[in-house]
Design a protein around this ligand. Sequence first.
Ligand code: PLP
Length: 454
Amino acid sequence: MQSDELRNIDNEHVWHPFTQMQGHRDEEVPIIESGDGFFLIDTDGRSYLDGVSSLWCNVHGHRVPELDQAIRAQLDQIAHSTLLGLASVPSIELAEELVKRTPADLTKVFYSDSGSTAVEIALKMAFQYHANKSPADSQTRDLFACMQHAYHGDTIGSVSVGGISIFHQIFGKLLFESVQIPCPVAYHRPEGYTEESYLEFCFAELERLLAENHERLAAFVIEPLVQGAAGMLMHPAGYLKRVRELTRQYGIPLIADEVAVGLGRTGTMFACEQEGVTPDFLCLAKGITGGYLPLAVTMATDEIAAAFEGAHTDYNAFYHGHTYTGNSLACAAALATLKLFDENRTLDNVRETSAVLTQRLAELKEHPYVGEIRHKGVMVGIELVADRETRTAFPAELRLGHQVTLAARKNGVIVRPLGDVVILMPAPGMPAELVEQLCDTVFAAIDEAIQMQV
Ligand code: PLP
């Protein structure tokens, strides 16, 4: 089929996520047909640098021979079988590998297929953990602590512990109760605070809210170090450690949602490592299969899992599962992805490209419309503002972030903004020269979009 025919069918029948469909139809988005390394190629043969790792999940590139081969080899065995009443070779091998690589104490691996379900499962496990330990707790431990502006996915549970206001406006009535902890990011402080006094306030509020609510809290869920979908908001050093100390003190299980930050993104394999923190639950998805296939894991400690042990008649098993739980092709892709981290020394590459990003981002420091640049590893948010002094945003109807992505796309780079925060998420395996190309094109696109609007 020609591009026009495909586009007509897409416009007619494909309902795209988070998308106002009229805008999608007007815009004639590229229709991707193939990939090559870190590039996407559309049906008209145009090639684009994949500047956001295909929504933050690609790790080693597209059409990576080792990953393709691992999936083909698994296809020669079996594509899928169930984990209900049966086990499977790749799910066993992957669990062993994950337990070896994640912080000590995380010894159990529960499979699902998206970041949202990984979090949903952790929430349900935490809730049932208390109920299993003490039935009275199922009546009282009915509250979750989460971070202001957090994003943990789109299921009802994961939205309940999120802080994206439009989701709460629309689905509020369906959500369960949570306690929102102020996000310790000084740039977005309310009037009347200095940077220092706002961070002090945030640490104090963390302590107060946990002290006040600990008897009702089933768990505390956090994106360690970086709140990605909030616009790459970065917590100050020591914050995660303090959260771990307090949750331990009050006996509140800690859920680390490393769906975005895990698998090398922040410079270490897992973000928790940077503050020496072991959570009670660790959620992974996105990059776990190198961006090839849907797979997620919720890891838990022995202590959590022990509360689910018992006889059939105890009815305290974890009552949750999906048809494709532990899919064999996805597990094979994940095993090959982890192996490539070692063979390609991907974490060293992240350190090198992160240094390139530091150097290149410095060029924007004095830019009159760049309010803040947030960067860790291969995660970057460039916040565009109408007024640097007052930190005033551009009018939302300008859709400046979006205009930047259109200008970048015209010049062969795919990026996707979060409001007026321009996001760069090069794959952890992307070589330095392509990261340079990404910066060249996006920085020029920022200027082009601003010139058109201001
Ligand atoms: N948690 C975090 C931190 C995320 O960034 C995301 C997605 O961006 C999710 C959960 C949801 O993952 P998924 O889109 O695979 O459901």
